[in-house]
Design a protein around this ligand. Sequence first.
Ligand SMILES: [Zn+2]
Length: 211
Amino acid sequence: MDNNRQLTPAEQRRKEVFDAKCEEMYEKGYTKSDLTFSVTKANMYAVIIMLPFLIGFMVWFFVVNLNRLSFHYGLIDFLILIVCMVLLTIIHELIHGITWAAFANRHFKSIEFGVVWKMLTPYCTCSDTLTKLQYIIGAAMPTIIVGIIPAIIAIYCNHFLLFLVFWVLIAGGGGDALIILKILQHRSKGKECVYLDHPYECGVVVFEKDS
Ligand SMILES: [Zn+2]
């Protein structure tokens, strides 16, 4: 973890809310474990974890469309492609927010959207605790809805450009997949476990206690 990184005002504010929440949980008898990555490590692992899926989807496209391949695209098509990717990246974050808001105690009041301007990366974060399944559903939902499902449709419609858009969106789900994997790998120390987004690192913390 990079402890020297200067927090943005939004991160600093979220850290204070997070610290207060941690105190509240300690008082209730929970212990805390970090399931986080620094942003640099997350980006590297995210690529590695998605590579088999990305290769698999590409092979799938070419196997299905082998006898009917056509690539007649112009500059305008590629401009549309880039605009679509930007819009869908925003929709990706909105889907995280909507799904987690459905589960969170304070619903949309717990959800915050923002942009890490240094890396031009939009994000969505939830300041309420969630169960393991709720967290995982919210983390996976965007890549399923604006990634996997439309990519499969594009494969069977033989539309390479659309396929490429959603293929990139699947790649963009690498960070989420990484967090899900980390949650699934964690050996639970208690019967009661709740998950909370980390205020500025990539990942979550888990609070556990024996009921
Ligand atoms: Zn995401």
